[in-house]
Ligand binder design. Structure first.
Ligand code: A3P
Length: 349
């Protein structure tokens, strides 16, 4: 007889890749990355590294649940696996697909005051448009063979516009490779989409000059709000949330206050621990305020980490008249959102 070890005595770590039991579904630019990294302070939480985009991209969804599961980290039984893909929130086909996988999954939705979110979104899109151009500009030093003829402002604008559109279509910002230290996948993709291969190169300052202001993009010359502008339509939270609440009961979704997560992360994390049914383990010692960054950074067992510099960007100055015009515009939508979630978030009108 071969020797057989009783399995109760031999204890190898029992880890496996499991489908997520909780999802951060959005909203982009509201602190989705910060939220995931903060939750990861908790010993019961495992997180997927990048944004998986399983439910919102057909080419991924068609690969099936086993493909999705293999994108997940190893976890112990009793741990909770979490994935975040902020574009889930705004993609109509996603709620039903999530339910088909797990009807009792827990959903985390992080929101910020909608106009701030829109400006943050604009800031990110603009920075992607700029990086779509900058690397080529650097290679266009005299004698490099590039940049022999400068583009007209018109062609330059077309490229910047293309970069904006591309970002909008993708809807997920820095995208799949976004981590604490991750690379910028979209930079290269947007660059290809925006510039093609043979186009000559503008200087960075020209690129900056050609970018449209938030004010121009958000408000038409006749004074009406450009509701179709993606940074604004994504901020119409009630529209998107409505679809989710047709599929999931309200209790299965927690609304996290992204503005408070910046100021006082612990208050939000306590709510989330309770919602996920895990013991209270994230503590104030896990956070320290970094004056240079202007945000809290995180203290893990194996060291201190801040989010990358793409998190916590300086926003451009926006004309206060435009800000208050937009706040008025959103007031009604915000009310509808409060009604849906059953809570007044107190956003300024
Ligand atoms: P800004 O860059 O506009 O300030 P997302 O990860 O969903 O793209 O959200 C990015 C936002 O997370 C940032 O927007 C920032 O305000 C917010 N954030 C919240 N807590 C943060 C933290 N501790 N460090 C950096 N950014 C944080």
């Amino acid at each position: 007889h071969p020797m057989v070890f009783p399995s109760s005595r031999v204890h190898f770590p029992k880890t496996s890749r499991r489908l997520p039991q909780a999802l951060i579904i959005g909203v982009r630019k509201c602190g989705t990355r910060a939220l995931l990294e903060m939750l990861y302070l908790h010993p019961r939480i495992q997180k997927a590294g990048g944004e998986v985009h399983f439910f919102d991209r057909d080419e991924n969804y068609l690969k099936g649940l086993d493909w999705y599961r293999k994108k997940m980290p190893h976890s112990f039984r009793g741990q909770i696996t979490i994935e975040k893909s902020p574009s889930y929130f705004v993609s109509p086909e996603v709620p039903e697909r999530v339910r088909a996988m797990n009807a009792s999954i827990k959903l985390l939705l992080i929101v910020r005051e909608p106009v701030t979110r829109a400006i943050s979104d604009y800031t990110q899109l603009r920075s992607h448009a700029a990086t779509a151009i900058l690397p080529l500009a650097e290679s266009s030093a005299p004698g490099s063979g590039y940049g022999a003829k400068l583009p007209t402002p018109k062609s330059l604008y077309a490229k910047l516009h293309a970069a904006h559109e591309y970002d909008n279509a993708l809807g997920s910002g820095a995208g799949a490779k976004e981590t604490l230290t991750g690379s910028r996948a979209l930079g290269a993709a947007a660059r290809r989409a925006a510039i093609g291969t043979t186009t000559p190169t503008p200087t960075p300052s020209a690129a900056q000059l050609a970018a449209k202001s938030f004010e121009e993009l958000a408000i038409f010359p006749n004074g009406t709000v450009n509701e179709a502008y993606r940074p604004l339509s994504i901020s119409m939270y009630h529209m998107h949330l409505h679809r989710w609440l047709e599929v999931f009961p309200r209790e299965q979704l927690l609304v996290v206050n992204g503005d408070r997560l910046i100021e006082d992360p612990l208050s939000q994390l306590k709510r989330i621990e309770a919602f996920l049914g895990i013991e209270h383990r994230v503590r104030s010692e896990h956070f320290y305020f970094n004056e240079t960054k202007g945000f809290y950074c995180l203290r893990y067992d194996n060291g201190d980490r801040c989010l990358r510099e793409t998190k916590g960007r300086k926003h451009p100055h926006v004309d206060p008249v435009v800000v208050s015009r937009l706040r008025k515009f959103f007031a009604e939508y915000n009310q509808r959102f409060y009604e849906l979630v059953g809570e007044d978030l107190g956003w300024p009108e």
